[in-house]
Ligand binder design. Structure first.
Ligand code: AMP
Ligand code: TRP
Length: 337
């Protein structure tokens, strides 16, 4: 039986913190065992918000390096701008999506406000408005069955299904697969400095731990993690403590200690210093492997770049095939020069 198709994409940003890793990327790595996976670094999407033109390309290569270092197979990776068919399909699909649907997208509302709150720049690009259509193209062009994403993307996924359905109705054929989202089991990882908010780089230095950080920084961040502000009812777990447990569990390491610590918590004898020690060890364990892999890949960047060019070339063939069929179906010119 042929394997189901999985697709997901991530915007190029310079950091990969444990929230991104446990919330998204670790899932990408695991899915590779059972599915045909394609994963995109979506640089066209990164242009929708104010950005630095001299940084984007480096940031994209950095993200590729990071993804490969944590275990994403480079042959499954592509760069969106190396597969320009995404934008062409995006245009076609925008004609199967209503203006009203796009105005209801909460991410657009949030991001267009962010634009104006964070800087005096009031510019909101049409690209930001059309972003979900390009996302639908990313998904539909590979006829993806499953799309692993965070819960924040469920509205975009629903829109992709609507667009596919409208398209199928119009052409009178079940052409596009209706994609389903795959949410990760990992709940939101919280900031260790403020466990009421999610781990995120936009909140500032204290609020994230990078998967490639130095061991020293990881230990320091965990050591200073907020555990219990003293307002947690007897017997309950405070958000900070819960987050540390969650981090240990997510690493899949030190599981016996995890069980022991839980028991100590239930018995009311848990020492936070022990919990922190295990949490730091678990994160550092993962981090060491990742840092080593990254250094090795970085020592031969050229080889990795060539691999990505090659994989983008191979993955593009699939995208070209879909676009050809779509143009045929919607009545566009489809001639070879
Ligand atoms: P972002 O860096 O916010 O664009 O997120 C990239 C991916 O990582 C998305 O799939 C998010 O859902 C996921 N992610 C980001 N921060 C966290 C977090 N603190 N906990 C879990 N997942 C996260
Ligand atoms: N919008 C997604 C995010 O912000 C990134 C993305 C772009 C994506 N295209 C996609 C995710 C296609 C899944 C499938 O995280």
């Amino acid at each position: 039986m042929s394997r189901k198709q999985v697709l997901s994409c991530i915007q190029p940003t310079g950091h990969m913190h444990f929230g991104n890793y446990f919330g998204a990327v670790a899932n990408w790595v695991n899915l590779q065992e059972d599915y045909d996976c394609v994963y995109g670094v979506v640089d066209y999407h990164a242009m929708t918000m104010p950005y630095k033109v001299d940084k984007l390309r480096t940031t994209s290569w950095d993200l590729i390096l990071n993804l490969a270092a944590v275990g994403v197979d480079p042959s499954n990776l592509f760069v969106q701008s190396l597969v320009p068919e995404h934008t062409e399909l995006g245009w076609i699909l925008s004609c199967f999506c209503s203006y009203g649907q796009l105005t209801r997208m909460t991410q657009f509302k949030d991001k267009s406000q962010q634009n104006t709150e964070e800087s005096s720049d009031t510019f909101v690009s049409a690209g930001l408005f059309g972003y979900p259509v390009l996302q639908a193209a990313d998904i539909l062009i590979y006829k993806a069955d499953y799309v692993p994403v965070g819960k924040d993307q469920s509205q975009h996924l629903e829109l992709s299904r609507n667009i596919a359905q409208r398209f199928n109705n119009q052409v009178g054929k079940e052409y596009f697969v209706l994609p389903e989202s795959l949410f990760t089991d990992t709940p939101k990882i919280k900031s260790t400095a403020d466990p009421m908010r999610k781990m995120s780089k936009s909140a500032g230095e204290k609020h994230f731990i990078n998967v490639f950080d130095s061991e020293e920084r990881i230990r320091k961040q965990i050591r200073s993690a907020v555990t219990d502000a003293g307002d947690t009812p007897e017997g309950e777990m405070s958000p900070g403590v819960e987050n540390l447990f969650e981090l240990i569990k997510a690493t899949g390491e030190h599981q016996q200690s995890y069980e022991d610590l839980i028991q100590q918590h239930n018995a009311g004898s848990l020492k936070y210093v022990d919990l922190k020690q295990v949490a730091a060890d678990a994160l550092v364990g993962l981090n060491r492997t990742f840092v080593e892999n990254r250094a090795e890949l970085a020592s031969n960047k050229k080889e990795l770049k060539n691999k990505i060019k090659q994989s983008s070339f191979e993955i593009r063939k699939q995208a070209q095939e879909t676009l050809k069929e779509v143009k045929e179906l919607v009545g566009l010119m489809n001639v070879r020069f």
